[in-house]
Ligand binder design. Sequence first.
Ligand SMILES: C[S@@+](CC[C@H](N)C(=O)[O-])C[C@H]1O[C@@H](n2cnc3c(N)ncnc32)[C@H](O)[C@@H]1O
Length: 289
Amino acid sequence: MSQTNSNDSYPLPRDTSETDRLNEQHKCLVGAFGFHIHPSISVTTEKHEFRVADVACGSGIWLTEIAIQYPHAQCDGFDISDKQFPSSSDLTRHFGTRVHFHAQDATAEGGYGKAFEGQFDIVAVRLLHISIAGAQWTRAVQNAVALLKPGGYLQWIDWDPHSAHLVQSRPLVKHAAIDKLLGFFKQFLGALDTGATARLPEEMRTAGLVDVRSELWALDADLGWREYFLKTITTVLPDVIVKRTGQAPGGAGDGMNWAGIKAAAQEEGKQEGLWVRTEMWCHVGKKPL
Ligand SMILES: C[S@@+](CC[C@H](N)C(=O)[O-])C[C@H]1O[C@@H](n2cnc3c(N)ncnc32)[C@H](O)[C@@H]1O
């Protein structure tokens, strides 16, 4: 019944710029972490009932790579928006009936519904941080835990965006414009619950998980991530802020307009020895048998 694709020719989903960005980000993240599934999680590849869920899956790139790596896995992706899901015809062609995507709010009261509860060996969440706040975190964790079979694992990779700060390895590099962008970013984060990533282990234990392991990653040790993230801060992030706030921050104080700040930040980003450091966590917990 299941159809597999053992090479990496699986086409990227719909060609939108956000999908491209998420897919590039995924490659950099997997390159920096060195795994899709944390090595503390035991995966029996021959098991035919092996089920994996990807919560807030975006384009589903992580999940479709799992489907390729584990030809017996049944995979379900969930996201509040179906805009970036791969097309059904691509999924059927490459995976038969093994991979499905569902529009679903991870913080919904009532969770994912009876059909999905207690069904999954692994539930993965990655980079939900900027999207939810306050009590939604507790609900998102409870809902994810409810998806797990007894003995199943929750893996949650997320960052504290407030931790983003510039570092340098050479004297006298210019960074005034990047400083401004980071300042706007942190101002925009004000309404969000940016410390939630560090609280996740406690939330996971409270939701009933055991053997909770939290690893704090200095992703900027990886040069690919370093380059990607600086580019994100100077090109993608300004547009995210404008989109979310509905207006470009003005009044830079030195006569420079928003477009000028972006252009200057991009120039600064070309210098050697300047990058943005962030803290990224990988949390893993197990549902007791
Ligand atoms: C930064 S993207 C990460 C996508 C994917 N996890 C990855 O690592 O490539 C955040 C995703 O969270 C989704 N999202 C935001 N709020 C959500 C919610 N309440 N429930 C489910 N998904 C949500 C967005 O639609 C978006 O696809």
